[in-house]
Design a protein around this ligand. Sequence first.
Ligand SMILES: Cc1cc2nc3c(=O)[nH]c(=O)nc-3n(C[C@H](O)[C@H](O)[C@H](O)COP(=O)(O)OP(=O)(O)OC[C@H]3O[C@@H](n4cnc5c(N)ncnc54)[C@H](O)[C@@H]3O)c2cc1C
Length: 185
Amino acid sequence: MVHGHKGVRFQNWARTYGCCPEMYYQPTSVEEVREVLALARQQNKKVKVVGGGHSPSDIACTDGFMIHMGKMNRVLQVDKEKKQVTVEAGILLTDLHPQLDKHGLALSNLGAVSDVTAGGVIGSGTHNTGIKHGILATQAGQAQRLRTSSSAHLLFDGGRQGPSRDGSVQFSKWGQGSGQQPDDP
Ligand SMILES: Cc1cc2nc3c(=O)[nH]c(=O)nc-3n(C[C@H](O)[C@H](O)[C@H](O)COP(=O)(O)OP(=O)(O)OC[C@H]3O[C@@H](n4cnc5c(N)ncnc54)[C@H](O)[C@@H]3O)c2cc1C
């Protein structure tokens, strides 16, 4: 069972915004995320997720439940042939780079910093410059969203594989992303 903490103060990376969530959770699995969401639903609490905390705003702040993704940071699968990896959404890109490198792979485009998570860059539309490059989310084939109001929903799909069932975010080779806008199922 997932344990929450009271009295945690969150501050973003630049220390320009902070908050004191009522409960702070660091789940280690999709099942534990589901537990937190079920609890929030029962208690009618709002939930915010935080990744690397690099957003230069109060966007991750909440006085409700905060889910910190730092313990869901694994590479789950590497398909060298398809140049696709499946990762948990809390992985920092700085930790992802060397793991990709081991397989002769790399993300084709990045923002200015890599102490940011897969979930954070996809969720916030992180980008670099260059007319030929999409935002980082265009490298993602599939992502799965968990909501307080129901179970799991496909966020967007590059159209190459079926929906991920493990709560992971899947990056694919540059140019293979769908470029579709997320649908709200
Ligand atoms: C020094 C610096 C340099 C930067 N350079 C660039 C740049 O070059 N280009 C650019 O576009 N941006 C840049 N940014 C902004 C940064 O890339 C984004 O703010 C990005 O969201 C940070 O990722 P994060 O993991 O820290 O997200 P957080 O700040 O932790 O969260 C950002 C948002 O995503 C949500 N979120 C995070 N993880 C999840 C998840 N798993 N599921 C659902 N929602 C989630 C949060 O609730 C929040 O709304 C920079 C920021 C800093 C501080």
